[in-house]
Design a binder for this molecule. Structure first.
Ligand code: SF4
Length: 381
């Protein structure tokens, strides 16, 4: 339910909506029509659903609401990355990002074609309970879990920004929050995003990112959603990891590796290790060697990510040379490794930056560390 007591329609899957409609004396097939309007034709109102009778549309508007979040800010970076700041009932802010990528590729007959990837980066929580030392979301503290409908709503909001002939092709759960700390919602949202009657996105094009919660990684392996698992390692040994990720105090890398191996054995899906490069802190040659050892045990690909600097935090973005040297060292150890450009740098696209900026804007000047919620990470679930 939303604050106005109507039911949020994106909280329902197709069978649940069919049931609701039956209770309203409407035919079941209307549910499919409504989903088509919402997910394919991208309408904002029940009134726009013109193959549904007027009295039925009025009944729907009385019973359901479509969007529960309000768009507070929308920004587009010079590279096309779009960021949407949403305010939910109760005041919580989250960020949702669309990353466009038009890549040339050559098909079997030698023709050059363009792949239009449109990736949505979704949030699962308001703030984040992990509290990583380098992250703007961590600075916000943990506020609340999002609902399934609120996760789906973010993706749908982004489809409204797309050119009519484009669709979302990829989903990454890499926005605000730790997806596996909101486990049931994340899994239900993945299923909903995959459903042909909704967005119909292949599980292989969905990536769930986690700081590494071993019991939840094992559970995810067993729920039958074939997503790519991305483990945010960010440090190649426990000592260093504890300095930048508070939950590493309770979870050793060895436990994460064991859970990751279980995930691979159970699902057959390759893993990715995400590694934010923090200049001088985790970017030394010995770190590359340690990371290579972990990647090989997990048969994981490694993504090296340029750090997006956050005002008031002491971490720095490394130079291209540092990135290249680290990548070369990993390659020399036989690791499949890519450098990820940070997209949307000019709009503070690192997770949590826009929400934090919005909060700081709302707080009396001067904005600075004293205005931040103390970094008090929550207990590991
Ligand atoms: S990096 Fe991810 S896990 Fe860490 S505080 Fe930020 S959102 Fe949470």
């Amino acid at each position: 339910m939303t604050s106005d007591s109507r039911m949020a329609i994106f909280d329902l899957d197709l069978p649940a909506l069919e049931k609701e409609l039956q209770a309203m004396a409407m035919p079941r097939f209307r549910a499919k029509q409504i989903f088509q309007w919402l997910f394919e034709k991208r309408v904002n109102t029940f009134d726009a659903m013109t193959n549904i009778s007027l009295p039925e549309r009025a009944g729907l508007a009385e019973r359901f609401t479509i969007f529960t979040g309000e768009i507070v800010r929308r920004q587009q970076a010079s590279d096309g990355t779009e960021k949407v700041l949403l305010r939910w009932p109760g005041g919580g802010l989250t960020e949702t990002v669309m990353i466009p990528c038009d890549d040339d590729y050559t098909d079997e007959s030698g023709r050059t074609l363009v792949a239009h990837r449109r990736t949505a980066c979704l949030s699962t929580q308001v703030g984040c309970p992990v509290g990583c030392a380098f992250c703007a979301s961590g600075l916000l503290g943990f506020k609340a879990n999002l609902s399934v409908g609120q996760v789906i709503e973010q993706a749908v909001r982004l489809t409204h920004q797309l050119e009519p002939e484009r669709r979302l092709t990829n989903i990454v759960f890499m926005g605000m929050g730790e997806p596996l700390a909101n486990f049931e919602v994340t899994v239900a949202a993945v299923k909903r995003l995959m459903a042909p009657a909704a967005l119909g996105i292949s599980g292989r094009k969905i990536t769930v990112s986690t700081v590494g919660l071993p019991p939840q990684i094992r559970r995810l392996a067993e729920v039958g959603v074939p997503v790519t698992l991305a483990i945010s390692l960010h440090a190649p040994n426990d000592e260093l990891r504890k300095q930048i990720i508070p939950w590493a105090q309770a979870i050793a890398i060895e436990e994460i590796v064991a859970a990751g191996q279980y995930y691979f054995q159970t699902t057959g899906r390759e893993l990715t290790l995400e590694y934010i490069m923090l200049d001088g802190l985790n970017t030394l040659r010995e770190h590359a060697d340690q990371l290579a050892g972990i990647a090989k045990r997990l048969r994981a690909n490694v993504n090296l990510i340029y750090y997006n600097e956050v005002p008031d935090l002491p971490f720095r973005r490394p130079s291209g040379q540092v990135m290249l040297a680290f990548q070369t060292q990993l390659r020399s150890r036989g690791v499949n490794v890519h450098v990820r450009q940070s997209r949307g740098r000019d709009i503070a696209a690192a997770c949590g930056q826009l929400a934090r900026q919005d909060r700081l804007d709302a707080v009396a000047p001067p904005a600075g560390p004293s205005n931040d919620v103390p970094r008090t990470p929550a207990k590991v679930p």
